[in-house]
Write a protein of this length. Sequence first.
Length: 168
Amino acid sequence: MAIADIELPMERPLHTPTLKPLIADIELESGDADMDATALCSQIVIDKAQLGQYIRHALQDRSQVTLHALCEMQPRQHGLSELVAYLQLAGDTFKTVVDEDSIDTIAWKRIGSDGLDYMKQTRLPRVIFMSAFADARGNPSRIAAGPPKSLKCATDSCLPPANAGARI
């Protein structure tokens, strides 16, 4: 007489713990005690509404303004954090074009923990904020014609509608 081998799937264990790791008995070393911990606790709040006002004010007189020119007109108070906020506004709020063939160098002063002024700088492709009533070439018009082939859009707002049949 043959005995049937019956397997019950629920009788298997759901989890098999892995082997316990081998932890070496190493004495932990304390960190650098001379570090200033206030930098970890300090927070900087960037007023994006105020930065947006700077951009709108600059675009009242002209059809386009570069990020470099904005930084020259309104010196940054919070350095790189403020520059990143400008770039976020470029992507979210304003009509912008990025010219990757031109590189802008933006510099700012930073006060170090020792109280001395340090010059910091970054290099990035030229970011151009454009008036809502200007095309990518800076010409005033009611309908934006899209960027020339040498320029690339940073936001979808400067692209022509998909049904227009225009190629970029």
